[in-house]
Ligand binder design. Structure first.
Ligand SMILES: Cc1cc2nc3c(=O)[nH]c(=O)nc-3n(C[C@H](O)[C@H](O)[C@H](O)COP(=O)(O)O)c2cc1C
Length: 372
């Protein structure tokens, strides 16, 4: 005999009880996440940022150099890299399984991320006592860094590697001392890369209008929001399980169970996001656009190197920074943004900077997980 499944009918009171129970479970889960002493996110973040071990055997030194490379800035903290140890060389390979097809369909930001890792790798190699030379084997999706023995050379940018972070909070409005601005403006660059500092209020407003428009488009795009959610780590357990992605606490947000975090992010109105970022941009001392003459893989890598160098220099001066790339990421807005701020070359990244307290540090996978 065919039996029709009984429909579950709930009275209003039952329904309220059930929602209260789900809420209690969520809050319980959240408290457990927050106070679970056996899950130590801060210890994990600190472990990947231990001081560089200089006196180790050569093979261990190469591992240390790679560890410092992985501390670089990278899109959505996907860590889209793999490293290969070769005779007298380290190769950085693109890990395209970690690409971001919606926000970065051309892998432009992926290659910028590899450029940032390259910059850290070069600084660490010099500090460990090598003279590095960079080559891009023809047609291969990798960067080769040849290492020859030299005298060790550290310095403030190398020292800043474990301290650098993307600080996404509201800043405190303080302007930069002109000497620090001069230091940033005279940063050594890479061929074909330039920096366009936006300091006049009118220029900042032009950039802000473009950021607003970018936010409205990105947050109205379901695919963009879904991709972002995939890389969000809403609580300690998720952050420690994956050791990648955007962990709530590092953006100054509370932790939550995934279902609640997803509900919150999915429900964010494009205008809410635009308003939140407008407040952050207005609280910043200034902004700078990283610009390249060409718009190809080699240019993206160099842009990444300059971005990392710039944020390391800022870190050394106790200046915080974060990215608001919306008007460059949205393909239709990029040429408009370029014209609006009077650039004759391709904008790659839009960086805001200023002063704020540090936020918790982001996760990284250990070197064993990124070795080929
Ligand atoms: C190419 C590139 C694009 C990025 N885009 C953004 C962005 O649009 N918004 C943002 O808040 N952070 C952005 N970031 C910063 C990363 O999310 C950040 O580097 C990563 O989460 C690791 O955190 P950390 O920089 O604090 O180590 C970007 C970084 C790179 C290299």
């Amino acid at each position: 005999m065919n039996k029709t499944p009984a429909r579950l009918t709930l009275s209003r009171r039952d329904f309220l009880k059930l929602t209260a129970a789900a809420g209690a479970v969520a809050v319980g889960g959240h408290l457990l996440d927050t106070y679970a002493p056996w899950l130590n996110d801060e210890e994990q973040a600190a472990m990947t940022r231990q001081p560089f071990a200089r006196e180790e055997a050569i093979s261990q030194q190469l591992v240390e150099i790679i560890r410092y490379a992985t501390l670089a800035a990278n899109g959505h903290n996907t860590q889209p890299w793999k490293f290969a140890l070769r005779q007298d060389a380290i190769e950085i390979h693109a890990d395209t399984s970690r690409h971001l097809p919606v926000v970065d369909p051309e892998n432009r930001e992926l290659w910028i991320s590899l450029g940032s890792a390259l910059e850290n790798l070069l600084l660490a190699a010099r500090a460990a006592g090598y003279a590095p030379t960079v080559a891009y084997p023809h047609g291969a999706d990798l960067i080769r860094v040849q290492l020859t023995l030299d005298t060790p050379q550290g310095g403030p940018l190398f020292d800043a590697i474990p301290l650098r972070q993307t600080t996404r909070s509201v800043y405190d409005d303080r302007p930069l001392p002109s000497a620090d601005l001069d230091t940033l403006q005279s940063l050594p660059l890479e061929p074909g890369v330039s920096l366009r500092f936006l300091s006049a209020p009118a220029e900042m407003e032009t950039a802000l209008a473009a950021i607003n428009e970018g936010n409205l488009r990105q947050y109205a795009d379901r695919a963009f929001v879904e991709e972002l959610i995939t890389w969000l780590r809403f609580n300690k357990k998720e952050a420690l399980a994956e050791l990648d992605g955007l962990y709530s606490r590092c953006s100054g947000n509370p932790t939550a169970p995934r279902w609640l975090g997803r509900m919150f992010v999915s429900g964010t109105k494009p205008q809410q996001q635009a308003d939140a970022d407008a407040e952050k941009f207005r609280s910043s001392a200034g902004a700078v656009v990283i610009v390249t003459a060409a718009d190809d893989k080699a240019a993206w890598v160099r842009a990444g190197q300059v971005y990392e160098r710039l944020t390391l220099q800022m870190t050394a001066l106790n200046i915080k920074s974060a990215l608001l790339n919306q008007p460059i990421e949205v393909a239709e807005l990029r040429p408009q943004f370029q014209t609006a701020i009077g650039l004759d070359a391709a904008p790659q990244l839009l960086v805001r900077f200023g002063y704020a307290d540090p936020l918790p540090r982001s996760m990284r996978r250990p070197v064993e997980q990124v070795l080929i």
